[in-house]
Write a protein that binds this ligand. Structure first.
Ligand SMILES: Cc1cc2nc3c(=O)[nH]c(=O)nc-3n(C[C@H](O)[C@H](O)[C@H](O)COP(=O)(O)OP(=O)(O)OC[C@H]3O[C@@H](n4cnc5c(N)ncnc54)[C@H](O)[C@@H]3O)c2cc1C
Length: 548
């Protein structure tokens, strides 16, 4: 950034050009590395407005100037990195959320772990927290449409965002919330950018209504593209731009505040573990489990379990207070299986929660009875057993990230969604594509009840043949997913890696509507370029990190 521009920027906001800071903000939890020119730390709404105005004014002479919002910086798709100005919301936009009834009003930089501390005081929880709950923040949760282990029962973030306060591309602040038809009409009459956005977005959606509704992926979770199909409900007459904002990866503006709906915590829990030696019974088990309406239905494979056993001391530590010997005792059956053979191919976890313990016990009994004829192994988990299975499921990705020397996680087919019943057929096909390549160690873990799977290979990213294999693997895997009517991302969103595949997923016409949407909100492409629209796979591939 030239000196004049930089000194102009410094007049309106706290700026860092420190090399260590730029290096830190060149990365998120993705496979990519893009160095920003500066990182800025706005203190309040006025500074965010001034920042956007500054870019808007200087964009003509500096076309590459842009703003990329960042909260926790744990995005796995490259969503929170870019080559111009990174706007850090963690430093100042982190006031404790205000809980009023079942709504929590939050700033974007509030870590989920702190957000939850406040909501728990009211016996309430945000039901779509992601597995990264200890390290991510509310701004990223809203902008990625995050999901998690409870999404099977509760749905994703999009269901809980009730209002957003944002700064638009002209530097003005506005609030989006659900509007009835007369409220919408009033908004469309406004003689400002907000009014223009309402008018143009309504026209775009209304004109292409059937096509847009048809484009909605028919799987239970989706974070790909702009969710145009959720905005205008003709039947009930509600037009709601929070539905478009959620999951838009900061490409439409800067998020300042959000109202998030909370749900009561259930008092009781019962859990059943099901061990499958191959995929042959998977569909039958899914058909039995889902109608019982578990809160979560999760899975991981034999490689994940092997890893947990291999790095057992690290796991024992994660499990907390008990001594390592006692913890090892709990894992004894798995150690035996590892040594003498017979580790299951898939481990399924079914969690029932509710306020009536007898009802939950009944569900477990019913599940046992229905599964019995299949002759598959099951175990009702009590106390610490429950924790050990959850820890393996939650920590498998972190273990991969931290434990294997000189090998690094490479999320690029990390979050696809299928109809759960397609998993038994499709997962082995995907595994065989990756297995064919040398240098890719991988586990399969995911939300089987939603058909949402995480494959995050472990690689030595410095090896050229590994780098060269990433695109062909992604091409083949996404072809298979899309052939089965799936989504390329259920939670982690598009970012650098998946934006280029959106046309494959939705077709040309819908991608044109995404482009028009972006243009309505952000005609100068100020916010987070190359994400959601204008994706460039070559750019992504040439920005794969070279070191960790
Ligand atoms: C170990 C691990 C496990 C994970 N598990 C899950 C999971 O279970 N489910 C899931 O959904 N995701 C998961 N993720 C991905 C990621 O953690 C989540 O999507 C999370 O919600 C991102 O939050 P963040 O605050 O870190 O976002 P960031 O990385 O800061 O940002 C995410 C996106 O939002 C935009 N953004 C952030 N703040 C603003 C703002 N104020 N204004 C405008 N744009 C903004 C960014 O530009 C970026 O595009 C995981 C990641 C890791 C590393």
């Amino acid at each position: 950034m030239d000196d004049k521009l930089l000194s102009g920027l410094k007049k309106i906001v706290e700026v860092s050009t420190d090399e260590d800071i730029l290096d830190e903000f060149s990365h998120d939890a993705s496979l990519f590395e893009v160095k920003p020119q500066v990182v800025v730390y706005p203190k309040d709404e006025k500074e965010v407005q001034a920042l956007v105005k500054f870019v808007e004014t200087n964009k003509k002479d500096h076309p590459n100037l842009s703003l990329t919002g960042r909260s926790g910086g744990t995005d796995m798709s490259g969503g929170s990195i870019n080559d111009s100005i990174i706007v850090n919301f963690q430093k100042y936009f982190n006031a404790a959320p205000i809980v009023n009834g079942n709504i929590a009003t939050t700033e974007p930089g509030v870590f989920y772990r702190d957000f939850e501390k406040e909501t728990l005081k009211h016996g309430l929880i945000f039901a779509s927290y992601p597995a990264s709950r200890e390290i991510c923040a509310m701004g990223g949760i809203v902008n990625n449409n995050a999901g998690g282990e409870k999404s099977l029962q509760y749905g994703k973030t999009e269901r809980y965002v009730k209002r957003v306060k944002v700064v638009l591309s002209d530097g003005s602040t506005c609030e989006f919330k659900p509007l009835n038809q007369s409220e919408l009409k009033k908004k469309m009459e406004l003689k400002n950018l907000e009014g223009e956005i309402y008018g143009k977005m309504f026209a775009l959606i209304d004109k292409n209504y059937d096509q847009i509704k048809k484009a909605e992926p028919q799987v239970s979770k989706n974070s790909a593209g702009y969710f145009l199909w959720n905005v205008w409900d003709k039947e009930v007459g509600i037009f709601d731009l929070t539905k478009l904002w959620t999951g838009s990866q900061g490409t439409l503006g800067m998020l300042l505040e959000a109202d998030i709906e909370l749900v009561p915590i259930h008092k009781h829990r019962e859990m059943m573990i099901i061990f499958l030696k191959d995929y042959s019974h998977l569909n039958d088990v899914i058909d039995i489990v889902l109608p019982l309406k578990p809160e979560s239905f999760e899975s991981y494979d034999d490689n994940t379990l092997k890893l947990a056993l291999k790095f057992f001391p690290a796991f024992a530590k994660l499990l907390g207070t008990k001594g390592i010997v006692q913890t090892a005792w709990g894992f004894l059956p798995e150690f035996f299986m590892l040594v003498f053979g017979g580790l299951p191919k898939l481990i399924l976890q079914v969690d029932f929660t509710g306020d009536n313990p007898d009802e939950l016990k009944q569900k477990i009994e019913e599940l046992k009875k229905k599964i019995k004829p299949m002759n598959v192994k099951t175990r009702a988990a009590i106390d610490d057993q429950e924790r050990k299975y959850w820890t393996i499921r939650r920590e498998s990705f972190n273990l991969l990230r931290n434990k294997i020397k000189n090998m690094h996680t490479a999320p690029f087919v990390d979050d696809f969604v299928l109809k759960p019943q397609d998993a038994a057929q499709v997962l082995p096909q995907i595994a065989s594509i990756i297995k064919k390549r040398e240098g890719f160690i991988f586990t399969i873990a995911g939300h089987i009840g939603d058909g949402n799977f995480h494959i995050i290979p472990l690689v030595d990213i410095k090896r050229q043949e590994v780098r060269d294999a990433i695109k062909p693997i992604a091409d083949q895997v996404y072809d298979i997913i899309l052939k089965h009517g799936g989504s390329i991302t259920g939670e982690h969103n598009d970012g650098l890696i998946r934006t280029p595949y959106l046309e494959k997923m939705y077709g040309k016409k819908i991608v044109e509507l995404f482009e028009e949407t972006k243009n309505i909100f952000d005609p100068q492409n100020i916010f987070n370029p190359r994400k959601k629209v204008g994706g460039d796979l070559d750019y992504a591939m040439t920005h794969i990190r070279t070191s960790w």
